[in-house]
Design a protein around this ligand. Sequence first.
Ligand code: 13P
Length: 251
Amino acid sequence: MRKQIVAANWKMNGTLEQANSLLDAFAAAPLTVNENKIAVFAVPAPYLMLAKEKLSGNPYLQAAAQNCYSKKSGAYTGEISVEILRSIGISYVVLGHSERREYFAESNAFLAEKVNIALAYNITPIFCCGEPLAIREAETQNAYVATQLEESLFHLSAEEVAKIVIAYEPIWAIGTGKTASSAQAQEMHASIREVLAAKYGAAVAAGISILYGGSVKASNAVEIFGQPDVDGGLVGGASLIVDEFIQIINA
Ligand code: 13P
């Protein structure tokens, strides 16, 4: 059975004081997590060790990096390697978020390199895909997302791809308050699973968790997560509000 995952993406938000109080609150909250339902916290890099420590009492709460570089180590000032992440015990990294693609020009080919090195260090990529508004309006979103998957993931073996988590985040729904309808989310998630099945077979595709992201809130989480091909969420704004995010995890 595939895992259900709710991942917080704090993005570039929160002072140390706020990070401390959020992490303390989530560590103490009554969360319905277990080995098949986990919560992941992608915090700003300076708080990774803090998050590790604060969440250490519950194995189903995990800290994640928001990005990593494609090289093992070296003269890449300002970047963070998977070797560094692994050395501090981090097991998840968000890769290919639309903000990284847009503001830092990360291409599908570059993301393929990042996926490779993360897997080589036993760090699970939470691989983000999703279309901009113009593509949705042209109704070519399924092909657009399929190309993102093909160009960044399809060089992997079935055994490798089975270790990836996919997050579908329609760009027009990120931080806009405009959520994809549960039907739109389900339709895309089913399409992603079909694309994976065509390449890797139905059994492999059925085992891969596909998260939805884009204005997930406590008020819409139950309905979106209730779709058969939606296995959880990647949550921005609402993950910084304790009561909201507790409800989203428990949804
Ligand atoms: P919002 O939940 O703020 O729309 O952000 C979604 C997102 O980008 C998570 O990675």
